[in-house]
Write a protein that binds this ligand. Structure first.
Ligand SMILES: [Ca+2]
Ligand SMILES: [Ca+2]
Length: 427
């Protein structure tokens, strides 16, 4: 970024990781240019800037001083977006794997690469005439970046996600919400999510050796544990919610919305010093107690939450409007049960505490990202954009298309924003 024909300001981020999908963003607000990697600001500086007055925008190549393409990019590119406004870290994170509306505010160009054509289509309709020309026959392939609704399957042998230690993941008050489907390992400890050390500090949600769910917090000298009254049901998606409220010293475990474990006395050292683990917990300094099964949609808040609070975030969740969210691992990334070997990170779509994906096969229907985003009704999808289009010649009233009803369960969902032939909304 810089002055045309005078010089360019460079910003250096972390080392480029080969064969790994990486999200890169650059912004300029009139004073400050910023470089973001995977939703996190990594470098910034003040600089003046003169926009390019005449050269085409190029994707996959730069150009030399004679405006000849050079510096070709070896690898894959997807979802190139240009905005006429700066984006915050939170905005970048929230949209990492989301398709955007053609009329998204400030979106100038949105190249999805979803059509194998010599015309590169700008999916944004805000500005006309910004389609591109595809040269020299690059290879198109199924996108891994398009509204997935996945969970992650763990092999129970060594699969786990590790997130570097951060004090924000160890708040004074905490609520953890997650969906888990355990498929085996009866009689053993299987950790859904943990951030604990061997000095009795931190927390963990377990499928425990007594085949009940447990939520642990450290006291500094031992573990304070609440246990579910109902047994674990194998192969069933179960919602788990662990809460610690420091002002009342209350420790709670909810299973599918029911308060099944409750403790009002004991110590309360939930601060730890080591990495957050998903699908594992600390075993004397190493990941252990691996989880066999699927995990989906983990959220962390820095406040005590009721189940009503938590369940209201199951669908249409927007981290941008939630001041108390710390981290959100929705697992909505990758292609279900297909090759995801280039996805090296588990993304935190709220806080940017991205994790490393360790020991997964990342291909096939096990040890991989697979469709799995359970709803309170026990199935279906959440957070997916729904587009309805009437057949040609049919003129439905908006009212008749404003509600979807499930004929089996009689659950119905109101669809907002209905208008004319193209009502849109979310289920
Ligand atoms: Ca795409
Ligand atoms: Ca493995």
């Amino acid at each position: 970024m810089g002055w045309y024909r005078r010089g360019f300001q460079e910003l250096n981020g972390p080392a480029v990781e080969l064969n790994s999908w990486t999200h890169v963003a650059l912004s300029y607000d009139g004073t400050n240019m910023r470089l973001y990697i995977d939703g996190n600001l990594v470098a910034n500086t003040n600089v003046s800037y003169a926009p390019n007055p005449d050269q085409p925008a190029r994707i996959g190549t730069g150009h030399d001083s004679g405006n000849t393409p050079i510096f070709y990019f070896p690898g894959d590119i997807d979802e190139v977006r240009f905005w006429n406004a700066t984006r915050t870290e939170k905005q970048l994170r929230a949209n990492l794997f989301k398709d955007l509306s053609p009329t998204e505010t400030n979106l100038v160009a949105d190249y999805k690469f979803d059509t194998n054509s010599k015309t590169l289509i700008n999916s944004s309709t805000n500005v006309a005439g910004l389609n591109g020309t595809v040269r020299n026959s690059p290879n198109f392939f199924p996108s891994s970046i398009a509204n997935p609704i996945n969970g992650l399957h763990f092999d129970g042998i060594n699969d786990h996600v590790s997130v570097p230690y951060n004090a924000n993941l160890n708040p004074t008050d905490i609520t953890i919400s997650t969906w888990a489907k355990v498929t085996g390992g009866a009689g053993s400890f299987r950790a859904v999510v943990s951030n604990k050390n061997s000095s009795f500090q931190g927390y963990v949600l377990y499928a425990a050796n007594n085949d009940r769910w447990q939520f642990w917090i450290g006291t500094g000298s031992g573990w304070r544990i609440v246990t579910s009254t109902s047994p674990i049901i194998l192969n069933k998606w179960t919602h788990l919610q662990g809460v610690y409220n420091s002002s009342t010293n209350t420790l709670e475990l909810y299973v599918d919305g029911a308060l099944e474990g409750n403790s009002t006395s004991g110590g309360n050292s939930i601060k730890t010093s080591i990495e957050l683990l998903i699908g594992a917990s600390d075993n004397s300094g190493n990941p252990g107690f691996f989880f066999p099964g699927e995990i989906a949609d983990i959220k962390f808040w820095n406040t005590p939450k009721t189940y009503a609070d938590v369940s209201s975030t199951f669908q249409n969740y927007d981290p941008l409007t939630d001041p108390n969210i710390i981290a959100h691992y929705s697992f909505d990334q990758g292609l279900s049960a297909q090759s995801n070997g280039f996805l090296k990170k588990l993304y935190d779509f709220a806080g940017g505490y991205n994790g490393a994906i360790n020991n997964f096969a990342l291909t096939g229907s096990a040890s991989n990202f697979i469709v799995g985003n359970p709803s309170p009704a026990g199935g279906g999808v959440s957070g997916a954009d729904l587009w309805l289009k009437a057949d040609a010649g049919v003129s439905p009233s908006t009212g008749s298309l404003s509600t979807w009803a499930d004929q089996t369960t009689n659950h119905s969902t109101t669809i907002g924003g209905a208008s004319g032939y193209f009502p849109t909304g979310k289920l």
